[in-house]
Design a protein around this ligand. Sequence first.
Ligand code: AKB
Length: 326
Amino acid sequence: MNKPVVLITGAGGQIGSVLTERLRLKWGKENVIASDIRWSPLAKEGSFEILDALDIKRLDDIVITHKVTRIYHLVAILSANGEKDPLRTWDINMNSWLNVLETAKKHQLERVFYPSSIAVFGPHNERVQTPQNSNLNPTTVYGLSKVAGENWATYYNSKFGMDIRSLRFPGLISYQSPAGGGTTDYAVDIFHKAVLSEPFACFLKNDTRLPMLYMDDALRATIELMQVHPTKLNPAISSYNLGGLNFTPKELTSAIQKVIPTFKATYEPDSRQVIADSWPDSINDSDAQNDWNWKPQFDLDKMCVTMIEELKKKYSAQMSDSIAKA
Ligand code: AKB
């Protein structure tokens, strides 16, 4: 099999910065082009292009110049930030995606990846083990754009014979890069405070249960889904539910306290609580398990230990750097 030439849009974000690294390891630096609207440190390690994904001409030029065969489209304004300017969120989330779809169709790209989200669900869905085929009635503009994005993917797949694959990500937890304006961000921020020995004020109530996933599992799911033979995938599924973990802020605090017993959190809900209350507690991902053998590897305790170890290393490396520079 020829190696794909991959373009990642929005590569500077939470998923993109780690996915780029992973794909560069898998396919070689020369075969993975990271792009973002602004410069990113990813440029130091391999090909990088400045790209505003609303600019279809520039996208087209990049695809031609690098002979791109696959796109991972990671540009999006997330749930909490999206509510600050709904029309701009719709414009960026939808039109960047339509640009990718049109470009992929024009150049007959082999495969495209689209990240959807648990934000496609709304308050009228079954909250526990939310099924794959639920009615989708989101309450955020981010969720609306993800439902529409999934439907556009199905449309291009069936009408133009394309191969667009998608996952509904829960909240993602990673040490490499900050979370970017979502409702699940607390579950990343809390680790930074814990490692810095500072108290954490959580913006959700202590008993708000949400589906979450450690980044390593999310990346593995993405890479596995993109490698699966097309006949294994169910064409009736526009985007696969992806489960993994689910916990409340209080449970996460207790799990962190097993590693850092002095850590303390308070709970001061803000406007993000309403969004969290409209989302599932947990996700049924049996279709992903059956169709392409999806299985997460990180439980809550393993994730906490790894996050804390890695963040400690990161902060002590930063400290040594600044001492060396002083
Ligand atoms: C958000 O909180 O908006 C995202 C998501 C669940 O898609 N992390």
